[in-house]
Design a binder for this molecule. Structure first.
Ligand SMILES: OCN(O)CCCc1ccccc1
Ligand code: NI
Length: 183
């Protein structure tokens, strides 16, 4: 069972690696890892189990976060219409995306980051993701809203990107730039 001690934290080099494609058909070992990642999400979202094992609730998990530098993600999240998106994928890839961008108004967090990092994280508003399921089926899914954001957060982990890498310097028009003299 995956618990928080298995989740590596920022500063660990694996979080900054580009994860390797999983050789398909996936080995039993890789299928077991991906299943355990999905089990973790379910456990982390179950108040009793989460409390019992000290799990931080998570809507997604990428294999590099448990120190496995392979392209595998698990997502367990509901959209605003309460449709549940439950996907465990090998080699997920964003094959197309909207020009339109979006962001969570309260920013993002990460199970590998034990601190609040304020700021908006720009994401594509809509994406199409292709990947292979644990059963070996190649699927293509169109996503928008929170599920789209979570998938982008997880796929970023496969490329060594952390959510705060995307937080822009404030473009707030009222944020007066500090004259160089005072930098
Ligand atoms: O990598 C997953 N993980 O760190 C859990 C948090 C997931 C997540 C949180 C906010 C917005 C998008 C995704
Ligand atoms: Ni994360």
């Amino acid at each position: 069972m995956i618990t928080m001690k298995d989740v590596i934290k920022e500063g660990h080099p694996t979080l900054r690696k580009v994860a390797k494609e999983v050789t398909l058909p996936a080995s039993q070992e890789d299928r077991d890892i991906l299943q355990k990642m999905m089990d973790f999400l379910h456990n982390s979202q179950d108040p009793e189990i989460a409390e019992k094992f000290g799990l931080r609730p998570g809507v997604g998990l990428a294999a590099p976060q448990i120190n496995v530098a392979k392209r595998m993600i698990a997502v367990l999240v509901s959209d605003q219409n309460e449709n549940l998106y439950e996907y465990a994928l090998f080699n997920p890839k964003i094959v197309s995306h909207s020009v339109e961008m979006t962001q969570l108004e309260n920013g993002e967090g990460c199970l590998s980051v034990d601190r609040d990092v304020p700021g908006l994280v720009p994401r594509y508003a809509r994406i199409t993701v292709q990947g292979t399921t644990i059963e070996g089926e190649q699927i293509s899914i169109r996503l928008r809203g929170l599920p789209a954001i979570v998938f982008q957060h997880e796929i970023d982990h496969l490329n060594g990107v952390m959510f705060y890498d995307r937080i822009e310097e404030s473009k707030d028009p009222f944020m007066k730039p500090v004259p160089d003299a005072f930098r």
